[in-house]
Design a protein around this ligand. Structure first.
Ligand SMILES: Cc1cc2nc3c(=O)[nH]c(=O)nc-3n(C[C@H](O)[C@H](O)[C@H](O)COP(=O)(O)OP(=O)(O)OC[C@H]3O[C@@H](n4cnc5c(N)ncnc54)[C@H](O)[C@@H]3O)c2cc1C
Length: 271
């Protein structure tokens, strides 16, 4: 089967995000990026399906040119090819336009049997993109897959997870499916694979290659208009290092729980 995986480079969690007060968007220039964690699960799903049934796994990412380096990790994990979809006119695109641009890129290379995505990103996490991608491509789409089995070249069995139930679906391919992190444990690329991936190419697709005009993409084409940007109240967490004997410390914890309304009634100490 021919599989595409859409992968988003997200800010490295070790870096602190800053926001453009005018555009109300994250300032991404110069940010170190890593691959959005659930997208590695999507890639792992694609690689396992390829191991079972043959075919190719191709990665698509809409990101600034600087993200090319972090995308090499997908080649090291085993992707056959990577397309970086990037152009200055794409900057400022909301989820709808991001999905449109990705759909154009996918159509330009050729609609595959299956498009896999992560279920959400760690930087904005709307979960919009996979469903919007399905709509732009005119394909069936499913979210929150925790199990995917290829029945034959045209049919996929998909189990999705909600809070308290699982739902089984049978989907006719081609389709778009987003996966949760519980679907598998992504493989780690070896050092040798990482080194080899350095010399493998990442193919750039720009607006001209996708026949997209500046009016169709970016901030002005995006229906989402952010309102006010307000700083969130920082969450203050405090720790206390306790001292004394084990019994004294246990009593102290009990006293504190009681002062919060938990635990046995006063006077029923540990003894
Ligand atoms: C007004 C506005 C302006 C914005 N300007 C910018 C900007 O200039 N630059 C910028 O980077 N972001 C910008 N954003 C944010 C951008 O729209 C979202 O980050 C992007 O559309 C993905 O949404 P999400 O992170 O919520 O993805 P989700 O929908 O939560 O992602 C689910 C899955 O979809 C796939 N996916 C999502 N995004 C991509 C992608 N880019 N490439 C490949 N696969 C993907 C991944 O598999 C991911 O796990 C802007 C948003 C708004 C509202």
């Amino acid at each position: 089967v021919n599989i595409y995986v859409v992968v988003k480079p997200v800010p490295d969690p070790k870096t602190k995000l800053t926001y453009d007060p005018e555009q109300k968007t994250v300032i991404r220039a110069g940010l170190a990026t890593v691959i959005n964690p659930p997208d590695k699960n999507a890639l792992e799903t694609g690689l396992r399906l390829r191991e079972q049934s043959g075919g190719r796994v191709t990665v698509f990412s809409l990101a600034p040119p600087s993200a090319g380096e972090s995308l090499k990790e997908t080649l090291a994990m085993g992707a056959d090819e990577v397309y970086l979809v990037s152009d200055p006119v794409f900057a400022g695109s909301d989820t709808l336009i991001t999905a449109l641009i990705l759909a154009r890129a996918i159509s330009a290379i050729g609609v595959p049997d299956l498009v896999l995505a992560g279920d959400r990103t760690t930087d904005s996490g709307t979960s919009h993109v996979p469903a919007q991608l399905g709509e732009w491509l005119g394909l069936p789409h499913l979210a929150n897959a925790c199990e995917i089995v290829l029945r034959d070249q045209k049919n996929l069995a998909v189990k999705t997870s909600l809070d308290e139930v699982f739902i089984s679906y049978r989907v006719t391919l081609p389709a778009v499916v987003s996966v949760t992190r519980r679907i598998n444990r992504p493989r780690l690329a070896t050092l040798l694979e990482m080194v080899r991936s350095r010399s493998k190419p990442v193919t750039l697709l720009d607006a001209a290659a996708l026949n997209l005009s500046p009016e169709q993409t970016g901030l002005n084409a995006s229906p989402t208009k952010p309102g006010r940007l307000l700083p969130a109240r920082p969450v203050v967490k405090e720790g206390t290092i306790m001292s004394g004997t084990v019994g004294e410390m246990a009593q102290e914890i009990l006293n504190r729980l009681q002062s919060l309304g938990y635990g046995p009634k006063a006077g029923g100490g540990l003894g």
